[in-house]
Design a protein around this ligand. Sequence first.
Ligand SMILES: C[S@@+](CC[C@H](N)C(=O)[O-])C[C@H]1O[C@@H](n2cnc3c(N)ncnc32)[C@H](O)[C@@H]1O
Length: 308
Amino acid sequence: MSHISVLLNETVDALLADRNTGVYIDGTFGRGGHTRLLLSRLDENSRVYAFDKDPQALAVGADLEREDARFKIIHASFADILDEMHKLGITQVDGVMADLGVSSPQLDQAERGFSFMHDGPLDMRMDNSQGQTAAEWLVEIDEEELANVIFKYGEERYSRRIARAIKQAGYIETTAKLAEIVKVAHPKWEKNKHAATRTFQAIRIAINKELDDIDAFLPQAVELLKPEGRLAVISFHSLEDRLIKQFIQKESTLPEDTGWGMPSKQIDTRQLKKISRIRASEEEVRLNPRSRSAWLRVAERLSLKGAE
Ligand SMILES: C[S@@+](CC[C@H](N)C(=O)[O-])C[C@H]1O[C@@H](n2cnc3c(N)ncnc32)[C@H](O)[C@@H]1O
């Protein structure tokens, strides 16, 4: 099953900023939509490195490696981007992008266990070659901690009742079973949303450490960027977008008060300049409803202080 890339041209345009050569990183290869467009815009001396946790994405990346000598796929989390690039002897790049969250094939294949729309084993791991499945994780976690996860990552008001029902159910083998348990425990269903939507999102984020990975990734990506190199990140829900927004805000704002009576200009620690914040066009949302919640944020690395 294929994946329709979101904000495809917008992301690649922002990342390249009129360049047609250089070294770039795609932190989330997926099915390679953004990577392929990027490669098509770059000259023969350029390189693109892509990361993905998912073995199926890796297989598609390996095919592309054979097709295009400028490309390399890496089976790792983007949370380890700095180490992985250093292992390859690369310390500076011209642009880093990420298109966060799950791919359509992950959601659509019942056996990946991400969705209550397609009944399958309760798995939810992006990297299903290692770690605990959601079913195993739910057995181990205690009720209070589970309620906190559902509240924090699902923004679900009824997290306590739902956590209690899940823990009372024992080992939950399938996505349909989990959806049913949540539905029964949920006192108030939202319009146009399955009762289990928020709980599934929360468990998925926890299992894959999605927000921790983003937190780890952002400063490492900036460290890799050359002056004028671009960071472009697409997010799909407010928890992700908040992290990116706050990070860019912090790195692009002068510290107000040093506490040492020094004018803040003298210790300018800013690393980034905000470039843009882009949403999918009406036309794109019509063709691909998944793009409705997408936000692309773009920032540029400032020249190194002291080196000017
Ligand atoms: C939305 S899809 C990317 C789609 C891609 N841009 C395309 O056009 O085909 C997100 C991908 O990122 C991967 N992913 C999510 N978090 C990751 C992480 N921390 N490290 C590496 N890959 C990750 C997922 O496995 C998934 O394949």
